[in-house]
Design a protein. Sequence first.
Length: 553
Amino acid sequence: MTANVTTPSATTPAPTTETAAGAGGLVRAAGINSLGNVASRVLGLVREAVIAATFGATGATSAFDAISGVPKMVYELLVGGMLSAALVPVLSEYAEDENNEALSEILSSLLSLGGVVLIVVVILLEIAAPWVAPLLVGGFDAELLRTATMLTRLIVPAIFIYGISGILQAYHYARKRFGYPAMGAPAHNLGVIIAVVLLAGRLDIASLSIGILVASVCQLLVQLPGLRGTRLRLRWRHSPVARAVMRRILALYAPVVLSIVVQNVGIIVDRNLASRTVPEAITWMTKATFLIQLPLGLVSMAISLAVLPTLSQIDASGVDQEALHRFKRTLSRGLRLVLALIIPAAVALLALGPPTIALIFQRGVFTAEDALQTWRALRFYLIGLPFAAIDLPLVFSFYAQKDTVTPVIVGIITVSLYVLVGPALAFWAGWGFTGLVMANSVQLSCHAMIMLVLFSRRFSGLGGYGVATTALKALVAAIPVGLIGWLGRALLEPMVPATFVGRFVLVATLGGLGVIGYIVCARLLALEEISTLTATLGGLRARVAPRQGDQRS
């Protein structure tokens, strides 16, 4: 692939007002997603802190952490994977219809058919719970397997609610109404917190599964106001338009099913192998994964979902060179923004990982040893973080062009790689659960690199769109983040009391100084994405300020 540069090439039109406006629009759309993610992550921090303090890291918490993946895996198989691969791209084509009749018909058909399928799946999983648990935690003893079976039966009804909520999210994304899906995750985390606080004393570990069920209901409820004006009804006989749309969705999604099945096999193998190291390993890995998901959710997922509807409305088959340019310009804008934000986030987590883990988790029955083991996992997960961040927009770019086969093939290859590398590192090399974490980073890194190569071959690359230049500038600008974190910890950590307040002050101070250092260096390096971000945020403040002034007068 040719080197990317920031100056337009002969075949890349110079930036215009439309381009700048598009960049601002992307930032605003991603900003709405990120606001929901910020609220979700803040509540997620509270959720994880409450769970860690209440239950610590034990075999029972590992059983729940493994079992809690069952609704997620089934949801991804039935709805979640379809959302970005087929639902949003296809529904986006009907979202511009002002009277919304066709879209209402299609949504009614999807909810009717999806509801029946989801109910059947829930019933089957309730019956199969005694066989599901050993698949995930086969290394546990008989008592923990009984606990896992009980947790499975309590949690699987959430699959139905997640599925309905996911279909509604696709509808909102297709109409570029990002606010309703953005509120879903905060509501979900709030539901878990309330359930654990109220029920943990009476139901012990079962309160976690009940919490997921309550959370799924909360997530669904916040989607419903966005349906105002949409006429929904149960439909057992679907209109020709709805049947045609469902056939297209299923045709696009059929290859993705295989990919998700393979991914789920990878998750099952991962959990099963982890249960054969030490009983607490799954919980340590889950806590570290939570910290990795913070920047991925705030940055990569928010930006990817913001660009997907626009990408889906552009035919980049190559016949129309202007359309191909708009497609690559939109994607590259998203990739540059992802890189400009994810690289300093990764450096910050590497520099401030131990005090951050202690701040969030280390209280109650979650011990210093648990925090140390979580840090060991986090270090290896961080290797794959930048690759995972750019991988999602690349995958979405293929989905937007109705190509669901390519990501499937890449997913099968990289999951197979994990299945080979994971046991080799965990057991043959003696790395234990950290070997599984390292194998996961290898899987994510290889997936992103293969997707980038395939994108370059199909769409003639992103040379001239500044992606590599942005990555280099962001890496250089992140140097102060790392220096401030490492040097600050060395100087201040011995003087800071090992209390919540002390750890909060340390992390907040060093993190804040790191942000300032990054912004200053980014501006010196003319990192355009940070300038666009700060300008957009400044514009939002400017629009809010006059309204506040009017209210005061």
